[in-house]
Design a binder for this molecule. Structure first.
Ligand code: FMN
Length: 225
């Protein structure tokens, strides 16, 4: 293995979903460097369809309050992209394994709907991270551009990890897309795919005491020829 391979493996392993943050802001120069690195992500025909709005400080507090209010008061979600109905088979068992590990770490009983709800609601406070990035697509964008956003998001999260910062991609941050657009004052035609909470990890937070694992490569890869 070359030094570069080792660095890549270490960086990929360092990135994980963190759900408890310290209050300190990421310094502005570090923020610029990270977002400049994220911008190196590849995209179909290099169209770079991601439109990224980052909230910090007072705007982050306003967003937290608005999203938590919507998630608590509304009986329905209003995403720009339909939510997946539910997982089945092997996908469901992987989902359950991840949820079980998180609930065990945070002391949430799987049969305790109130505690589960409270745990879910933490999403809308973006786990008290000092910053969140909301990632939109232009109105014309489809599946291929959504894939570009996936490339961008992983590039951003690795750029954060490289600087010792933590993140969590959050589909939940798109559940009330109308609220996000109102708070940001952005064009209603933009389509919100997901958000990413980021900042400095709180290493003592119970939610951060767990790690997910991965299926053996044979479960979802076939090498032909
Ligand atoms: C697009 C996307 C959306 C996600 N949405 C959420 C979310 O709403 N809430 C949450 O707690 N985690 C969310 N996650 C984090 C996943 O649960 C996590 O990536 C997965 O369990 C693997 O764990 P790891 O990131 O620690 O490796 C999301 C991840 C991705 C890539």
């Amino acid at each position: 293995m070359s030094d570069m391979d080792e660095m890549l493996t270490a960086l990929l392993a360092r990135r994980r979903s963190v759900r408890g943050f310290m209050p300190a802001d990421v310094p502005a120069d570090q923020m610029r460097r990270i977002f400049s690195n994220a911008q190196l992500a590849p995209s179909n025909c290099n169209v770079q369809p991601w439109i990224v709005h980052i909230v910090s400080g007072g705007k982050a507090a306003e967003m937290r309050q608005a999203l938590e209010g919507a998630a608590t008061d509304r009986s329905e979600v209003r995403p720009d992209f339909e939510l997946t109905e539910g997982y089945a088979g092997i996908y469901r068992s992987r989902q359950i394994d991840a949820a079980k590990a998180l609930f065990a770490a945070t002391g949430v009983g799987r049969e305790d709907p109130q505690a589960r709800r409270a745990s879910f609601i933490r999403n809308f406070r973006f786990f008290d991270a000092p910053h969140a990035a909301f990632i939109f697509l232009p109105p014309w964008a489809g599946w291929r551009e959504a894939a570009d956003v996936g490339m961008y998001a992983q590039t951003l999260m690795l750029a954060l990890s490289a600087e010792g910062l933590a993140s969590c991609a959050q589909g939940a941050l798109s559940h009330h897309a109308d609220v996000v657009k109102r708070v940001l004052g952005v064009d209603e035609e933009l389509r919100l795919l997901f958000g990413i909470a980021f900042g400095f990890e709180d290493p003592d937070h119970p939610a951060n005491q767990t790690r997910t694992d991965r299926a053996p490569i044979a479960e979802n890869h076939c090498f032909h020829g």
